[in-house]
Structure formats: C-alpha cells, structure tokens
Write a protein that binds this ligand. Structure first.
Ligand SMILES: Cc1cc2nc3c(=O)[nH]c(=O)nc-3n(C[C@H](O)[C@H](O)[C@H](O)COP(=O)(O)O)c2cc1C
Length: 425
C-alpha cells in the first residue's frame, strides 16, 4: 500500500492519509459569505471519499479582503454557526477540515464585490484586472492583523481542525513579501525582515487567540518570479518558510505564481480561456473597452499563457523538494498531481511529504477513494474551465467528457442518487 494512504500528523492533528483537497473558491455561499446547504453538500461528497484533509476556498474577513462574491466569509460571529455545520458534516466521515483565510488585496475586480478601491502594501497597478490599489496606512495594516486573528478564532470556535494562512498567489501577505508589490519605506517594507513583518504579525495575532495546539499552516509560493519584475527566488521563500517553522507553523503547502505571471499556479490548457473569461467568467465585469480589447487579443493571450503556464505533471515539485530538504514540518505540494504514478514518484523521491490537488477534486470528489481502490474515476485533463468560471459561477467541472464519466460513475456506485446535473455535485 502506498505511503499516500498512511497516517500522518500536522502538529497534533492526526490525519488518516497524506492527501489534501487544496483550496478552491466555491462560489456557493450566500452573496455575503454565509455557508449554504449547497456548499455543505459539495464538501460532504469530498469527505465521503475519505479525503484526509480538506482545505476550504479562500475565506475573507472584511470588504477589502473579499475577492469575489459568494465566497466564504468569517467576518462576523454570526458566521460561526454555518462554519460549525460544515465542520460537523465533514467530521462524520473521519475527514478533517481547515479554513483558508486570505485578503485579496489588488487581485480582485472591484464592482462585483461592491467596492470602489483596493488595499495593498503599495500603490502598484495590477495589469490583469486593471486595478490600481492604494497603499495601506499603518492603522489599516494593524486592523487587518486583528481581523485575520478574529477570523481564525471564529474558525476554531466552529470546530474547524486548523487554519491555512494564504501567503501565496500575490494576495495581501504574498504582496508584502515581494519587492515588486511592496515599495514601502516604513517598517513593513525594504529589508527581508520588514517584508516578513506583516506575515509574522498575522501569525502571532492568530496564535495568541487560538492557543498552542491549534494547527496554523501556510500556503506559500515556491517561486515568486514575475517576468521583468522583482519577485522572490525559491531560496528566499524557503527562508520565509523556515522562519515560520521556527515560529510554530505546522505545515506548508507549496504553489507558485500570481495573476500577473500568467497565473502559473494554474498550469494547464489555455485554449479558449480568454474568450470564456470575457463572456462567461470574471471578464464580464470589465469595462467595455478592456473586455473587447481582450477579446481582440485573445489568440495572443491564449498563446502566451500556453507558452508560459504550460501543464506538466507535478509542476511545483521542483520547488517543494527544496522546502522538504530545509524543513522538519510536513511539506505539501500542489499542482498537477492526480495520477497515482506521479504521486508515488513524488513520495518515493521525497519531494514532499503530502500531496494536494484542486482541479482533480472538482472533476472527481471521490479522487482519494478511487486512488486507494485503484479504480478509474472522472479524470481531470486540466482544461481550466473550472478556473475560468471561478468566483462567478458555482464551482463545477466544465468539461463534458469528464462530466459524462462522472454521471456514469454515480450510476454504478450509487444508482439511486444519480443526478444528470454535473454542478449539483
Ligand atoms: C476553481 C479554482 C479555485 C481556486 N481557488 C483557490 C483558493 O481559493 N485559494 C487558493 O489558495 N488557491 C485556489 N486555487 C488554486 C488551487 O488551490 C491550486 O493551487 C491550483 O489549482 C493547482 O493545483 P491543481 O493542479 O491540483 O489544480 C483555485 C483553483 C481553481 C481551479
């Protein structure tokens, strides 16, 4: 039996295996972030598949942190009840669940979330969405730290098994770490220690609220390279992770990329991506001019994405390996890992201790069970249709072939419950 199915601990949290459902924004809450039955059903299926650890989609805590409507929010105590229903449901199946807490910073279209401005470390233009944020004041930074901690405490009160601090993908914490987006000259910018200050303050504020035993884990880029701009190198990011391990982080998940680096965290097939984004996805809220310019340039944009962010199996393993060598806490790798051979090879080579997957769970919520039983389930081909619709439509696989496989699977595995609507699962 593969090591994938052997127990492992994150801090004191015991997991039945080494597979994680990585954060995928669900777009299944109420507009303002209350948990719905639809969202609970979505996670119940993944838990039924025996998935050892589920990480929720990015969860916001105030208007500025919110990236898209219908995402989970932990901005108020009245959200605890819904979060508790979610945790209790997942726990019925011996699965564990952590909430990913983030602040979207400059990576959000403002109109869909009802805002007119965006916060960031510095006023650096975000080219893919056309957002020029404003630099946060010291008071706003301090306020965000407290709100991150409030949200973590609510998750703990709801019975969640831990919290993942999102320090990757160019969102607020990541943009404090990266010199291109952090041009501050005060104690939050400049030196390595100063750029880490915000992450350290968030971590310590959370820790003070949740106590020593509650696992706080980190999602971090393995490479922060931005074309022609000052991103962090893998060795710098390993240094960040090492420091966070010393502070008490219980595990790290390795990814890579930002919106403006051709979304390399979503390496896959980009054919038709730009057109779909403008007509069915977040591009619908762009200005007429921006949308039509993008449509006009779509063959070039798709071509560039296919060149820069081409799929390969386990596309972040080369970074994860360097973190695994440096750290003692479990290193989780996400990115193009859904096939048993590539998973086994990664574990055998000790590139990482745990495997995480996002799109493959959208295609097949029973992925872990199928891997364990050596059975063929609906297989993700990384077409990126789920990603194109993220934050606009409820999360679902948009690939007809994969959905047909899934309906067939439901007919065989649970004949009475078969639904012909792929997004119902
Ligand atoms: C629809 C969708 C939504 C996502 N939402 C999040 C998110 O909320 N937080 C996050 O850290 N990553 C998010 N991601 C990125 C995934 O967690 C993961 O890092 C990426 O998809 C690569 O893993 P994969 O190849 O297994 O899909 C999202 C990806 C997709 C496809």
């Amino acid at each position: 039996m593969s090591e994938l199915f052997e127990p492992i601990k994150i801090g004191n949290l015991e997991l039945t295996g080494r597979m994680v459902k990585s954060a995928t924004v669900e777009t299944k809450c109420s507009y303002d972030g209350y948990i719905t039955d639809e969202l609970i059903q979505y996670y119940e299926e993944i838990a039924q598949g025996g998935t050892p650890l589920i990480i929720t989609g990015a969860t916001s805590f105030n208007a500025y942190s919110r990236g898209v409507p219908y995402q989970i929010s932990a901005d108020d105590d009245d959200k605890i009840e819904g979060l508790k229903r979610l945790a209790d449901t997942v726990h019925q199946y011996d699965a564990k669940i952590m909430v990913q807490i983030y602040h979207t910073a400059r990576q959000a279209s403002l109109e869909p979330v009802g805002r007119t401005d965006a916060q960031a470390p510095s006023a650096v233009f975000e080219p893919t969405l056309g957002v020029k944020p404003r630099a946060m004041s010291i008071e706003e930074i301090k306020e965000a730290v407290v709100l991150f901690a409030d949200a973590a405490e609510r998750c703990q009160k709801a019975g969640m098994d831990g919290v993942q601090i999102h320090a990757a993908h160019g969102y607020l914490i990541s943009s404090f770490l990266t010199p291109h987006t952090n041009r501050r000259t005060d104690e939050y910018g400049g030196s390595f220690e100063n750029r880490m200050r915000f992450l350290l303050e968030v971590y310590h504020a959370m820790r003070a609220r949740v106590g020593e035993d509650f696992p706080l884990i980190l999602k971090i880029n393995g490479s922060d390279d931005l074309p022609l701009r000052k991103g962090l190198k893998t060795q710098d990011l390993v240094k960040v992770a090492k420091r966070m391990e010393q502070e008490g982080i219980a595990a790290v998940e390795i990814t890579a990329g930002h919106y403006e680096s051709c979304t390399t965290f979503e390496r896959g097939n980009w054919n038709g991506y730009t057109k779909r984004t403008m007509t069915e996805g977040p591009g619908q809220s762009f200005s007429w001019l921006r949308r039509n310019l993008m449509l006009l340039c779509s063959p070039i944009v798709d071509y560039t994405f296919n060149k820069v962010a081409k799929f390969s199996e386990g596309f972040n393993l080369n970074y994860a390996q360097q973190f695994t060598q440096a750290l003692s806490v479990p290193v989780i790798c996400v990115g193009g890992l859904s096939n048993m051979n590539s998973i086994q090879n990664a574990l055998d080579r000790k590139d990482c201790h745990m495997i995480s997957a996002a799109r493959a769970f959208v295609a097949d919520p029973y992925l872990y069970k199928h891997l364990k039983e050596n059975a063929t389930g609906p297989e993700c081909d990384y077409c990126n249709r789920c990603f194109t619709a993220a934050g606009v439509q409820p999360i679902a696989c948009g690939n007809e072939k994969v959905n047909a496989q899934r309906i067939k699977m439901l007919q065989v595995e649970s004949p009475g419950e078969c639904s012909s609507n792929p997004s119902a699962a």
